[in-house]
Design a protein around this ligand. Structure first.
Ligand SMILES: *[C@@H]1O[C@H](CO)[C@@H](O)[C@H](O)[C@H]1NC(C)=O
Ligand SMILES: *[C@@H]1O[C@H](CO)[C@@H](O)[C@H](O)[C@H]1NC(C)=O
Ligand SMILES: *[C@@H]1O[C@H](CO)[C@@H](O)[C@H](O)[C@H]1NC(C)=O
Ligand SMILES: *[C@@H]1O[C@H](CO)[C@@H](O)[C@H](O)[C@H]1NC(C)=O
Ligand SMILES: *[C@@H]1O[C@H](CO)[C@@H](O)[C@H](O)[C@H]1NC(C)=O
Ligand SMILES: *[C@@H]1O[C@H](CO)[C@@H](O)[C@H](O)[C@H]1NC(C)=O
Ligand SMILES: *[C@@H]1O[C@H](CO)[C@@H](O)[C@H](O)[C@H]1NC(C)=O
Ligand SMILES: *[C@@H]1O[C@H](CO)[C@@H](O)[C@H](O)[C@H]1NC(C)=O
Length: 802
């Protein structure tokens, strides 16, 4: 269940319910117009009307499921080799057979009838001006035109570039979903929308921009290139923009309205809870405890509620139901009172309770609709069930414990002592024991508060705040100059530019990164940032906005107070490290950082793995990190890891990253394929993560081991560590010397062992042998078994002095 941790959004690679295999059309007759002088057009004539440059075609298309029934449709003709992508249909709900015909009557009226005497199925409109000389033609943009009539005015579920959408409605074929007023997505029986934009859509262009009212826009992830595109209200209720990728010969999603498909109303039926499967972007409908399935998407009670006195409540974590209009919100009610109220009402099926200052109690009456699971919900759901029900094996109960590793409790770590080695050791043991005591003591206290705080924090960090239309906020240069007091507070040098601390006028503390040498135009830059800003994950640094003005490119990130992981891991090696670039070196040298204990290290490893898995899996491969190293792992005030600089690699070329890394001396975090004629894929990130994982365990840079006990030019720490773990079965030698003595094989063995073994899998020489990042996270979690991998042998660490 832990993948639900990465709940919410993201994206089907290619959603294509409109496509079906092109059937064989022997001797297809191609026409350029259809007029009154032609006799009737029947399906058996096997003719198609092409646009001038053959981008689109129109004609009778057999249904994929029932090939002797037809619809009169327009489809993309010239592009996909294997599929027909329908973009408009005259008679979606009334497919016709061989006896149908399209005719232009002597009166000038265009009609489509299922039989000579059948009624007209053509979407009619103002045909008054049509004369017996009017022709049916297909324009190059896909618009089917007959006099004043045009198919663009009667869209079905697709909008094409340059189509005026104002005043039109899109609907899915199954009739369940609509895009109303070019603004909101609604589920038929529901008065409420499930997606809404303040500024109605006006037009899509072939570069991937959706213009809206008030000059707002949505921009596709591949904005800028002129390609075949289409905006589709898909059968699953999501509105997606697709562009045609010629090299793959398929449509790819480049923008979409809904990220978490479970938030689409009507996904699941009565009483069911929708769960979004992030690994394959699918949804499933599950029953709450006390219920069983009565159809694929709805549930019924096992034991009907009969007696008011004979019922109790199950608390479901992260579940939200709405009773539709049948819910009753009461402010300032204690939990017990809320519960009593629901118990007293026969038609109350459960309630939601919000643990904030307002103690909001929402009674759900009569129906439990649109249930879904999302760790972003601030409220707890209490479901009324018969007393005899048990909550055994319900996945919705006790889920909070799964979140445990996400972010730790607020504790202070012990500072590393300065004394001699012996005392160091004692103090370390004492302080670690003390820390352990502290943690367990604190845990009890937090058991009370945690639930409440977690709900609140998670709602924030899981990013349920909706992105404003048009993407991240655009700041003015003056705003950022004021926020940073004219870039006075320099806090570091990242891979892509200098970083300054600042405070926005609304009080938010931010890190402002001034990008250097970024290629691409303003629009492309914006498009990339829109994607980066959409990445919401507890373990990713949030991008709040940007500024492109006066030739400057600035990014505004959340400020992460504790700095980067390297400062905690490699304190002893400050002088040797390549971080001497920092002008604050002297100051930071003097500043001792606490030593991270094993639990902390494990949480950091897991958090980073999850964040990168999220980038890889949930966001397609749009966002490879390409620069995973301790410097890019920032630590929040709870030592919650936050990965920074993700997505920026897309703004640079591969060679730039390569040479840049060498110059900068980011030694040894690149996968072997960087120097081989092989593509850089998400598996390259897995390799880098493996190296970081080893360093987290060893507390030392991998290349620094060269100078230690085993001294050889051929010494490759991962290979050596491999033998220790899999051959000698002795992890101890790998562990960070500074906290080695606090290592308790009983308490820590499993955790540390998993970290090292996972690292070995990540460090496989060949990319295809490495697990995906999602699998890596599972290995760390301990939810999959870790077998013995091949020994990593590639020596690709210390090339800095070449
Ligand atoms: C209809 O007639 C026009 C001119 O007579 C011709 O160019 C066109 O191909 C015909 N179309 C069909 C469907 O026969
Ligand atoms: C068709 O293609 C030609 C050559 O590429 C181009 O010049 C012409 O403008 C196109 N016509 C339309 C209607 O797009
Ligand atoms: C075709 O459809 C028409 C009208 O729906 C019907 O009258 C006719 O029997 C059908 N013909 C065949 C061959 O199924
Ligand atoms: C069009 O219709 C008018 C009368 O409705 C008729 O006089 C004329 O000849 C027709 N033209 C053609 C091309 O059929
Ligand atoms: C788009 O259509 C609407 C309604 O039909 C119309 O008012 C508007 O002028 C059209 N816009 C353009 C640019 O054609
Ligand atoms: C998605 O993954 C889940 C769990 O791995 C599986 O149960 C489900 O069948 C998958 N769905 C699809 C559509 O592949
Ligand atoms: C399943 O049970 C629910 C709730 O009792 C009911 O609304 C729904 O119609 C049932 N569905 C089927 C297919 O029986
Ligand atoms: C439950 O979901 C609905 C619809 O998405 C939302 O309006 C409501 O605020 C949610 N309830 C809570 C308590 O978060």
């Amino acid at each position: 269940m832990s993948h639900h941790f990465l709940i919410f959004f993201f994206i089907v690679l290619s959603f294509s319910n409109l496509e079906f295999t092109k059937s064989q059309h022997p001797k297809q007759q191609i026409i350029s117009s259809f007029s009154i002088s032609n006799s009737s057009w029947t399906p058996t004539k096997n003719q198609i009307l092409l646009s001038p440059n053959s981008t689109f075609a129109a004609g009778f298309l057999p249904l994929p499921s029932l090939p002797n029934l037809y619809t009169f449709s327009v489809w993309y003709y010239g592009i996909t080799k294997n599929h027909i992508t329908v973009v408009w249909t005259a008679n979606d709900n009334f497919p016709v057979n061989d006896s149908a015909s399209l005719v232009i009557k002597p009166s000038g009226e265009l009609t489509l009838s299922s039989s000579p005497s059948g009624r007209n199925l053509w979407p009619s409109g103002p045909v008054s001006k049509a004369t017996n000389t009017t022709k049916l033609i297909l324009e190059e943009n896909g618009n089917l035109v007959f006099g004043d009539w045009e198919s663009f005015a009667y869209p079905t579920n697709t909008i094409l570039p340059n189509q005026n959408i104002t005043g039109t409605v899109l609907a899915t074929k199954n009739g369940k979903f609509q895009f109303l007023n070019c603004k909101r997505l609604v589920y038929k029986g529901s008065p409420e929308y499930y997606w809404n934009t303040d500024n109605a859509f006006q037009k899509l262009d072939d570069k991937g921009k959706i213009s809206q009212e008030n000059f707002a826009t949505f921009i596709s992830s591949d904005f800028g290139d002129q390609k075949p595109r289409r905006l589709n209200l898909d059968e699953d209720g999501n509105l997606r923009l697709y562009s045609y990728d010629q090299s793959l010969d398929q449509w790819t999603t480049v923008w979409q309205a809904m990220f978490n498909l479970c938030m689409i109303k009507g996904k699941c039926g009565a009483n069911a809870i929708c769960i979004y499967e992030t690994s394959n972007s699918s949804t499933s409908c599950e029953c709450p405890p006390g219920f069983r399935k009565n159809s694929s998407d709805s549930c019924e009670r096992k034991t009907p509620l009969t007696d008011l006195k004979n019922s109790k409540f199950f608390r479901l974590d992260y579940v939200n139901f709405t009773g539709g209009s049948n819910s009753l919100l009461i402010q300032n009610l204690r939990l017990s009172d809320c519960q009593a109220k629901c118990l007293a009402e026969y038609n109350c099926l459960g309630f939601q309770f919000k643990y904030d200052g307002n103690n909001i109690c929402i009674l759900l009456l009569e129906r439990l609709d649109y249930g879904f699971w999302s760790p972003g919900y601030e409220t707890a759901m209490f479901l009324k069930v018969d007393n005899s029900e048990t909550d055994e094996n319900s996945e919705f109960i006790g889920m909070t414990t799964l979140m445990e590793t996400a972010c730790p409790i607020r504790i202070k770590l012990p500072l590393p002592p300065e004394e001699s080695r012996a005392t160091t050791r004692n103090i370390l043991i004492i302080s670690t024991v003390f820390a352990a005591e502290l943690i367990s003591g604190v845990l009890f206290f937090w058991a009370f508060l945690k639930k409440y705080i977690k709900y609140r924090d998670m709602a924030r960090t899981f990013g349920l705040e909706v992105m404003p239309a048009g993407g991240p906020k655009r700041f003015s240069y003056t705003e950022l100059r004021d926020a940073t007091k004219d870039f006075a507070d320099f806090i570091g040098k990242g891979g892509f530019g200098d970083v300054y601390k600042g405070t926005l006028s609304d009080g938010r503390v931010v890190a402002v990164k001034s990008l250097k040498n970024v290629t691409g135009g303003d629009a492309g830059f914006w498009a990339e940032l829109t994607i980066i800003a959409r990445m919401h994950h507890l373990n990713l640094v949030r991008l709040w906005g940007f500024c492109t003005e006066k030739g400057k490119r600035l990014l505004v990130y959340e400020y992460v107070p504790n700095g980067s992981l390297d400062k905690f891991l490699f304190q002893k090696h400050w002088i040797n490290s390549d971080l001497v670039e920092s002008p604050d070196m002297e100051q930071e040298m003097g500043e001792r950082k606490p030593i991270l204990d094993w639990n902390m290290r494990y949480r950091i490893a897991l958090g980073v793995a999850r964040a990168i898995a999220y980038l890889h899996e949930e966001c397609l491969e749009w966002v490879l990190h390409c620069d995973i190293k301790p410097e890019n792992i920032l630590l929040g005030d709870d030592f919650c890891p936050k990965v920074s600089d993700f997505g920026l690699a897309k703004l640079k070329k591969k060679e730039d990253i390569m040479s840049k890394s060498r110059i900068r001396g980011t030694r040894g975090y690149l996968a072997p394929e960087w120097v081989r004629p092989e593509p850089i894929t998400s598996k390259s990130d897995v390799y880098s993560f493996g190296l970081v994982l080893l360093e987290i365990v060893a507390g030392k840079r991998n290349f620094d081991h060269k100078n230690s006990n085993v001294d050889s030019a051929e010494f490759f720490f991962p290979s050596w560590a491999f033998d220790k773990v899999f051959k000698e079965m002795n992890v101890d030698d790998i562990l960070d010397q500074r906290i080695k003595h606090s290592y308790d094989s009983h308490a820590h063995f499993d955790m540390v062992n998993r970290m090292v073994k996972t690292a070995m899998w990540c460090l496989q020489d060949r990319a295809e042998n490495r697990p995906t990042m999602g699998k890596v996270a599972k290995m760390l979690e301990g939810t999959v078994e870790i077998t013995e991998p091949k020994k990593p042998t590639l020596f690709f660490l210390g090339h800095d002095d070449e």
